[in-house]
Design a protein around this ligand. Structure first.
Ligand SMILES: Cc1cc2nc3c(=O)[nH]c(=O)nc-3n(C[C@H](O)[C@H](O)[C@H](O)COP(=O)(O)O)c2cc1C
Length: 157
């Protein structure tokens, strides 16, 4: 968890179906409001579809070079966004645990979310939460984080 950072450059080396399945399994096991589990995960690994999603996503062109893009979707429940984000974060951390790079590309609230939903053939009852690029990292980049002493408040703000 502490070493995960967004990776936006990939080597192009494939990731096995077994590893991708384990990563999705970690998403499936995320906490969810009243255990409703409203999610579905579409794992895209084929070049033409990766390129189509990359072209649709405003700041996600690097998806075209990733080994996979996980499209996280949820049924439109009360806590669909919290649930979908929880599963998404689990997936990013699981990818890191497998030694892989990943990057969350926005889905929910983006005008292109509908296009991506249609591209992967999901029904209109489902909302696209995130597009998660996963692959072997071609280099790593540090991101500046606010220090613990600044964000942690004991007992009161
Ligand atoms: C809801 C959400 C949407 C994001 N959308 C994008 C995106 O569209 N394109 C992108 O390159 N990164 C996106 N990111 C990644 C953030 O830019 C990144 O997490 C942030 O800069 C912190 O860097 P880190 O992931 O290395 O800690 C998104 C992250 C979140 C949580």
């Amino acid at each position: 968890m502490k070493t995960r950072r967004s990776v936006r450059a990939y080597t192009g080396e494939p990731v096995s179906r077994e590893v991708l399945e384990d990563i999705i399994d970690c998403g499936r096991l995320a906490a969810t409001a009243i255990n409703i589990q409203p999610w579905e995960f579409v794992v895209v690994t084929e070049g033409p579809m990766l390129r189509a999603i990359a072209a649709a996503a405003e700041y996600g062109s690097f998806i075209a070079q990733a080994a996979a893009c996980v499209v996280v979707m949820c049924r439109d429940t009360k806590y669909y966004l919290e649930d979908g984000c929880n599963a998404s974060q689990n997936i990013l951390v699981a990818a890191r645990a497998h030694g892989l790079g990943s990057c969350w590309v926005a889905g929910d609230k983006k005008p292109y979310a509908e296009k991506v939903r249609k591209l992967v053939g999901a029904p209109a009852t489902h909302k696209v939460i995130s597009l998660l690029a996963i692959g072997h990292a071609a280099g790593e980049r540090e991101t500046e984080k606010r220090p613990l002493t600044e964000v942690l408040h004991w007992e009161k703000y």
